[in-house]
Each structure stands twice: as structure tokens, then as C-alpha cells.
Design a protein around this ligand. Structure first.
Ligand code: LLP
Length: 417
């Protein structure tokens, strides 16, 4: 799916809408998403599974704007949530509780109670004490919670250490060698019904082999459980499929990834669930920003833009690469080596280092592949209001989140009495 079209005089467009017009109307910095690109990614998942019994659970943390959640809910997507806040969002967007799973290592009492109340599809339980807490709360409420244990398969996802989750030293899940014992315990506890096994090994995976290795571990556990009289209905294989941030990267396609999972299942009938986040929205969005100043120093040339690490933290946090493209083609001047940085008072506040660009003050830039973990990880650091969000549908652009105002910044603060 080609999100950006370079339309000569109009410059870069998202679908048929020029980014320059969006900057004019909504200001910058601004996240801009393509509806068609999100629809396309969801359809790629759905088509790849075909008739195979499956459930696609969009990982809300990647981008939790309610317009995106509603778009996905309307197409039949389920949701993977990790907090009471995400639960409220997906319900507000019209999600069916029967298509919501709840992941996360630190589910609080009130979050569990609310999820029990609405009757979600499954709790992905990450520890023995969480299992006990869930049992007590479900029993007290007269409910039965469907559960799967998140199994830590001890597989190297070969991704950035901050976003690798399936190694034994990570905080996530239950070690695979103790999972069977914990399932036996779950079988004894009131208020619980074992329905599946869950596993998520990390994010931005660029190979299928770690997925296959994790699946093999999970299937071995399923076989051991069956021998013990515990049958499951689903395998939740998490998210993690990488996207292309740079031209030379070649992550597996959605079809290849799904083929790996379906193939690895052999002739087992149970339902496959996946929790894609990044691969659903990452390449459906750009961060639109304007150049404030071009500042040559004796050593380097800084391009200071109006977006910063509070808007897009991935470069600062993971040293992540996002392509940066001028919205309009330059008519004069030459490319030179630039450091694209924001106004925040930290040297770590960069959007892109060592980029060849030909830009001048007030030019617009599109920071690519910013649809996932961009806005959802943004903050108000340096008392900067959060950016606006816009969704393009064909030739129309719709505001889906207003830019925060200065008043919003301290609206919830108070003086001492
Ligand atoms: N399921 C669980 C339990 C997860 O923890 C995650 C992501 C996903 C699904 C979705 O994974 P995806 O398909 O998006 O790879 N902020 C980081 C990524 C953190 C991912 C956290 N967990 C980044 O900007 O790269």
C-alpha cells in the first residue's frame, strides 16, 4: 500500500490529499493517517488467514485514537488491551467485549473488576499471583474468567532489547517450564476457565524464525497439557511483525508471517489469535512537521523542526530510524548533511541524524512510518501541547484529535491550599 504520493506541484499527498493543505488547515506538528492503508493492512491479515479459524486482535497501544479503533471494530477486529484506559477506549469505539483480550504484567484490582464486569474474551495471565488475584475477584463477583497463561518461551526475537519480551530475563510471562504446573493450579481455582495459551516475544521482528521457534514451544506445552487432560480452544501468538522503516529493510510480509503461524500449527484445529499493532498502523501514518530554523554550526548543520521527542520519542529512546522527506520538491539549493532535531532541551531530542536534505526555514517535512508508537507514546515534556491527529479518506481530511491547548497543559494542577 503506497501511503504517500508525490503529486508534482502539490507535493506529497496522503491518499489524494496534499500534506501542505493539512499543515495549512490544522497546523504542525500533526500526525496524518491514511484510512485506506489501515483498511489494507487489516484485510491483508484477514485474507492471509482465509477460512482458518482465527481472531485478529489489534494491539491498542500502537495507536489508540478512537477513530482508528472504530474503523477496526467496524471491520470486525478484536483488541488486545493492557490497561483500564485502553478498555474504556475500545468500548467507546464500539468493540464487542467478546473480542477483547487483556494482556500486561500489572493488572490492578479495579482493572480486573471492570474487565470481568464487561465480560471480556480472555485474560492473558502473566504470573502466579495474578492468577490468584483473578480467581478471587472472579469468584467474589460470581463470574468465570476465561484465561490463558502468557508463556515466556525463552526465544531470542533478535530485535532491540527494550522491545524484546520473550527471553527468560524479561519481566513478561511465565517461564515455559513452569507453565504446566500453573495451569494445573488454575484448574483447581474457582472462577477460572482455561481457554488458551498466550505468547508474545517482542516487537519489530524482521524474521519469521523466532515466531516459528516460539510456536513450537507453545505447541509442545499444548501437547503436555492435553496429556494432562487440559484442552485449549485457542493459541494467542501475540504481535511483533516488523515493518519497513528503511528501503534496505525487508521484513516478512503479513502473508508470509501468517503462513508461518498457520503452517506451524500443522493439523491442530484450535483457533489462532494474533495481536498485531505496528504492522496494522505503522506505515499508515506520518508526522508532519515544519522547519523553524536552519542552523549551521562549525561542525554540523541543524535543521530545527517544530516536532520533538515529546511528539515522537522512538529515535531518542531506541535510536530508531524514520525516513524524513520534504513535502515539496526544492527548486533551488543542494542537499547537505543535516541533523533534524526538535526544540526540546535535550541533546537526545533528535528526529533523524545524518540525513541528506535540501531544506529551508518554513519548509514542511514528513517523518515517515510514524503511525505506530508515535502519538501513543507522546508526552507534554517541556510543556508542549500534544499534536493534532488527522485521518485522510480519499481526498478528504478529518480531524480525529484536536491539538492540545496551552490551557490543557495545567488544567488538572492546583495550588497548595
Ligand atoms: N501484544 C503484546 C502483549 C505486546 O506487548 C505488544 C507490544 C503487541 C502485542 C504488539 O506488538 P507489535 O505488533 O506492535 O509489534 N514502543 C515500541 C514497541 C513496544 C511494543 C510493546 N508491545 C516501539 O516504538 O518500537
Amino acid at each position: 500500500m503506497n501511503l504517500l504520493i508525490d503529486d508534482g506541484n502539490l507535493g506529497l499527498c496522503v491518499e489524494q490529499h496534499p500534506l501542505s493543505a493539512i499543515a495549512e488547515r490544522f497546523g504542525t506538528p500533526c500526525y496524518v493517517y491514511s484510512k485506506a492503508a489501515i483498511v489494507d493492512a487489516f484485510e491483508q491479515y484477514r485474507n492471509a488467514f482465509g477460512d482458518r479459524d482465527h481472531l485478529i486482535l489489534y494491539a491498542v497501544k500502537a495507536n489508540s485514537n478512537i477513530a482508528i479503533l472504530k474503523l477496526l471494530a467496524d471491520m470486525g477486529s478484536g483488541f488486545d488491551i493492557v490497561s483500564g484506559g485502553e478498555l474504556a477506549r475500545v468500548l467507546a469505539a464500539g468493540a464487542a467485549p467478546s473480542k477483547i483480550v487483556f494482556s500486561g504484567v500489572g493488572k490492578s484490582v479495579s482493572e480486573i473488576q471492570r474487565a470481568l464486569e464487561v465480560g471480556i474474551h480472555c485474560f492473558n495471565v502473566e504470573s502466579a499471583p495474578e492468577l490468584e488475584r483473578l480467581s478471587q475477584l472472579a469468584h467474589a463477583a460470581g463470574k468465570t474468567a476465561n484465561i490463558s497463561l502468557r508463556v515466556n518461551p525463552d526465544v531470542d526475537a533478535k530485535t532491540h532489547p527494550y522491545i524484546s519480551t520473550g527471553l527468560r530475563q524479561d519481566k513478561f510471562g511465565v517461564p515455559h517450564e513452569s507453565a504446566l504446573d500453573l495451569y494445573r493450579r488454575a484448574r483447581e481455582l474457582p472462577g477460572l476457565r482455561i481457554t488458551g495459551i498466550d505468547c508474545h516475544i517482542g516487537s519489530q521482528l524482521t524474521q519469521t524464525a523466532p515466531f516459528a521457534a516460539a510456536l513450537a514451544r507453545v505447541l509442545a506445552l499444548a501437547d503436555a497439557m492435553r496429556a494432562d487432560g487440559i484442552e485449549i480452544e485457542h493459541l494467542d501468538l501475540g504481535g511483533g511483525l516488523g515493518i519497513r522503516y528503511q528501503a534496505e529493510e525487508h521484513p516478512p510480509s503479513i502473508a508470509d508471517y501468517v503462513r508461518t503461524l498457520v503452517g506451524g500449527m500443522g493439523n491442530r484445529a484450535c483457533r489462532i489469535m494474533v495481536e498485531p499493532g505496528r504492522s496494522m498502523v505503522g506505515n499508515a501514518g506520518v508526522l508532519l512537521t515544519r522547519v523553524e530554523y536552519v542552523k549551521p554550526t562549525p561542525d554540523r548543520c541543524f535543521v530545527i523542526v517544530d516536532a520533538a521527542m515529546n511528539d515522537l520519542v522512538r529515535p531518542a529512546l531506541y535510536d530508531a530510524w524514520h525516513d524524513i522527506r520534504p513535502v515539496m520538491r526544492a527548486t533551488a539549493g543542494e542537499e547537505r548533511l543535516c541533523q533534524v532535531v526538535g526544540p526540546v532541551c535535550e541533546s537526545g531530542d533528535f528526529i533523524g541524524r545524518d540525513r541528506m536534505l535540501n531544506v529551508a526555514a518554513s519548509d514542511l517535512l514528513a517523518v515517515m512510518s510514524a503511525g505506530a508508537y508515535g502519538m501513543s507514546m507522546s508526552s507534554n515534556y517541556n510543556s508542549r501541547p500534544r499534536a493534532a491527529e488527522v485521518m485522510v479518506d480519499g481526498d478528504r481530511a478529518h480531524l480525529i484529535r484536536e491539538r492540545e491547548t496551552i490551557d490543557d497543559l495545567f488544567a488538572h494542577e492546583s495550588f497548595l491550599p
